[in-house]
Design a protein around this ligand. Structure first.
Ligand SMILES: [Zn+2]
Length: 353
């Protein structure tokens, strides 16, 4: 019986020492300690059986078991020191600074190029005395077309260009506005209601929608337009404002010219060109060798528009212009493809101003 117990203790010692040296982490080592020396551990179990032995045997076994215990405790404590040391080394290594490692690049957020250009355009037009006015993007069809003198059947009202909005039967027909010009209608209607207050000097920046989607057209894009109404607004004033705008927006050296054109809501109407900002009018691919680039449409407010908005066209005069913001941005930033503004590629957006 005593020999058996002693034998058992010796084999436990050998077994435990092997496990101690095999422990790879201090956690593993701790479970070895609990397995052998814990309250319900294997060595403790053997010692608990001592009470059944006679005094002599108890002494003998007690001596050996104390020896085994202290050998294991020593083994565990020195192994624990080693493991903790190497664990700390590993931890330090992980946190150490490698001054040759490539840095992490942090990119600052930027305002989208379209928004930047729009803001710049707004602030220049404010200098010209036009204050920003806004209207809804879901607009009455009437404000978008009829009151702007688009006759029924006009191409712009065609299903292919206009997004029509489903409405309840009997409700006023709605569209996604195809241009910012309904803001002109709203301003004229409001001023008419307010005792025909003059002058009206507004700019209308915002999103517009058309059913186009190719390299030169997007289904959503931005326009900014101006409207000035007074008893004596002239085409000369219009030209001066646009001249001021484009010199500020591009460069003091740009010139503008008016070419006769047609829009339903202005008469006379003009296309506005600026001298090519890329070739100083020597001729290049962008201006198709002409030295001029089309940037805006403009004209005197059509009498029909005044009438439709409750004004007497014999008593007032007004001018208006409209520009595509994406086009302005392409010219200003030298961006060759409209779609870059909408694809949100990080490489493009990071490169933007
Ligand atoms: Zn050119």
């Amino acid at each position: 019986m005593v020999e058996n117990t002693i034998e058992k203790l010796r084999s436990l010692r050998a077994e435990a020492l092997q496990k101690i040296s095999a422990a790879k982490t201090s956690d593993q080592l701790e479970s070895v300690r609990v397995e052998y020396l814990g309250k319900k551990g294997k060595v403790s179990e053997v010692l608990a059986a001592l009470k059944d032995l006679d005094a002599d045997s108890r002494k003998k076994v007690g001596q050996i078991s104390n020896e085994v215990k202290s050998v294991l405790e020593d083994g565990i404590s020195s192994t624990r020191d080693q493991l903790q040391q190497s664990e700390m080394d590993a931890e330090l290594k992980k946190d150490s600074l490698d001054s040759t490692a490539p840095g992490i690049t942090y990119f600052r957020g930027k305002i989208h190029p379209i928004r930047q250009v729009l803001r710049e355009a707004i602030s220049i037009l404010e200098l010209a005395g036009l204050s920003a006015a806004y209207g809804p993007e879901v607009e009455f069809e009437d404000y978008c077309f009829d009151k702007l003198n688009f006759k029924p059947g006009h191409a712009a009202r065609d299903m292919q260009a206009t997004f029509f909005v489903k409405t309840d039967e009997g409700a006023k027909p709605l569209v996604l506005r195809t241009h910012t010009s309904p803001v002109q209608v709203r301003s004229l209607l409001t001023a008419a209601k307010n005792n025909f207050t003059l002058p009206i000097r507004i700019q209308a920046p915002g999103r517009v929608y058309r059913m186009d989607d190719d390299s030169t057209h997007a289904p959503m894009f931005h326009q900014i337009e101006g409207l000035a109404v007074d008893t004596s607004s002239t085409m000369g004033d219009l030209r001066a404002v646009l001249d001021f705008f484009f010199r500020k927006f591009f460069d003091q050296s740009v010139k503008i010219r008016f070419r006769p054109s047609y829009f339903p809501f202005t008469e006379p109407s003009a296309e506005v060109d600026v001298s090519c900002v890329f070739c100083a009018q020597k001729g290049c691919r962008v201006c198709k060798q002409s030295g001029w680039i089309e940037v805006a449409g403009a004209g005197m407010v059509h009498p029909e528009v005044f009438e439709a908005c409750g004004w007497d066209p014999k008593k007032v005069q007004g001018w208006a212009f409209g520009m595509g913001v994406e086009r302005l941005a392409m010219l200003k930033l030298g961006v060759p493809d409209l779609r870059l503004f909408f694809e949100n590629r990080m490489s493009f957006l990071r490169g933007a101003r």
